[in-house]
Each structure stands twice: as C-alpha cells, then as structure tokens.
Design a protein around this ligand. Structure first.
Ligand code: FMN
Length: 262
C-alpha cells in the first residue's frame, strides 16, 4: 500500500493483539506514514443483524445467492477470477497466507482491555500525528488530548457499533469545546455537501466519508470514487454560495441557525 501511493498516508490501527499492533506501528513508521489513527470504538464487534441475514462473512462463502449475484455482475466476477480473492494485506504473514486464515485472525475479538495506558504506550511509540477515532464523550476527548493525542475523530462508526450511540452531530459542539483548539474530525452519516458544510461551520476541522466512497467503488471502481468526491465537492460549493459564504475557510457558527425546540 505504501509503495502504491505517493500522497499523504494515514494508517488506521485496530488493536487485535498488542504485539502485532506494535509491529504494525513500527511498519507504518518505517514506510513513511504521516498519521496514525487508533480506532477505539470496537471493543467488541457490533451485532450486525443485516450481515447475518444476508449471510455476509469473511471469507466469502459461495452460497447460491452469491453465485447468482456473481452471474448477474459478470464484470465483477471476471475481475475476481482474474485477480483472485482479495487479501487482507496487513494480515498476510507466514502463518496466514490465504484469505481463510487472515479472516480467522480478523474475526478474533479486539483487545477489549485496551485502555488509557495502552494509548500512552502508542503515544511513546509513534512520534508523528496521532488521532483517536471513535470518541463521543467530551471527557474522553479532553483526556486523549491531555495524554498527547494530536486530535480526535468524533464517530459512532457509521452507526454500525452501538445502536443507541448518539449521532456525532449532536455531540460535536461539546467535543470541539473539549478539544480546546486541537483538530476535531467527524464522520458517520455524511451524505451531502450540506452535511459537510454544517459540521465545518460548527467547528469540525474535517469530515471523513465512509460508505459513499465504497458505493462509488463498488459501482464503478476508481472512477466511481472520483464521481462521489466530485458530487460532494459540487454540493459543498453550491451550499456555500447559497448561504452567502465566499470560501470554506470563512465558515463559522454565524451560519448556523439553532433548531427550534421540539
Ligand atoms: C465496510 C466498512 C468497514 C469499516 N472498517 C473500518 C475499520 O477497519 N476501521 C475503522 O476505524 N473504521 C471502519 N469503518 C467505519 C468507518 O471508518 C467510518 O467510521 C464510517 O463508515 C463512517 O460512516 P459513513 O459510512 O456513514 O460515512 C468501516 C465502515 C464500513 C462501512
């Protein structure tokens, strides 16, 4: 991955096994990644009932439904036949060369004992930019930054973890205040340029996009991803023009009208 990209590279880390995680941090350092994103909202996997219902799992099982789907999407199937089953590259080791054993590794529960001390150890190992992803509580944001994180990512994991977790937009104000000027990025459910504009006006430093890019990728590969970015960019521009904000850097709370109490 590092060799195939000459842009600014960020590495997202899950702690499945401490030693393996520390090794990955070292690899990310050696290969020139600028930013380490430590995701902390998957102490255990959410119960994704839709995945269960659709028989979705890793590695892919060839059920009649999947085979029919493959027949209806020949381009995708040809690609799979040509390039083989996608590998989980970071889990490719001498012990896990095939997708089956990599999936088994990934399926193992996360290290639910991960705590503030472990985050401090990561801070000691990683001298570059460190972001903590998956926080929704302002006290956690303050604590992460006091401990040396360079910023936080407010996220409920796209609503895929705890069903009753708050929407990041409802806690964004408090998170920005708690971060005391440190960058606060946000994701989960951003689908329109206007959503992006609202979060920036509320003080977010950046908005991260998850599934829309995956939908673009699934529909049309790299061109699909470019198309999604172009749509969002156009919507952001239009929204800025419609609210009378000449440039994105001038967005502020002055452009926000609080919702009337229900
Ligand atoms: C298929 C899928 C895989 C994901 N894998 C990870 C992951 O490995 N690490 C992580 O921090 N977040 C992961 N996420 C969560 C995203 O990083 C992000 O928080 C979320 O998708 C944002 O919401 P959105 O999809 O509504 O934009 C994943 C999300 C999806 C949909």
């Amino acid at each position: 991955m590092a060799a195939s990209c000459d842009g600014d590279r960020w590495f997202q880390l899950y702690i499945v096994e401490r030693q393996a995680a520390w090794d990955m941090i070292r690899r990310a350092l050696e290969t020139g990644y600028s930013t380490l994103v430590v995701t902390v909202d998957v102490a255990v996997n959410g119960l994704r009932e839709r995945d269960i219902r659709n028989g979705f799992g890793m590695p892919l099982r060839y059920t009649p439904r999947i085979l029919l789907d493959g027949a209806l999407h020949p381009h995708w199937t040809l690609n799979l036949l040509r390039h083989g089953m996608p590998q989980l590259a970071n889990f490719v080791t001498a012990r896990s060369r095939d997708a089956h054993s990599q999936a088994a590794l990934l399926k193992r529960q996360m290290d639910a004992s991960f705590d503030w001390d472990a985050l401090r150890q990561i801070r000691d190992l990683w001298p570059r930019r460190l972001l903590v992803k998956g926080l929704l509580n302002p006290q956690d944001a303050s604590r992460a930054i006091a401990l040396g994180a360079d910023g936080v990512i407010v996220s409920n994991h796209g609503g895929r973890q705890l069903d009753s977790a708050p929407s990041p937009m409802t806690v964004l104000d408090a998170m920005v205040a708690a971060a005391k000027g440190a960058p606060v990025l946000v994701d989960s459910g951003f689908r329109r340029g206007a959503d992006v504009v609202k979060a920036l006006a509320m003080g977010a430093s950046a908005i991260l996009i998850g599934r829309p890019l995956l939908y673009g990728m699934a529909a049309a590969g790299g061109d699909g991803v470019d198309a999604v970015i172009a749509i969002l960019r156009d919507e952001v521009d239009r929204t800025l023009a419609q609210i009378g904000c000449p440039e994105i850097g001038l967005l502020s709370r002055d452009f926000i009208m609080p919702a009337a109490p229900i």
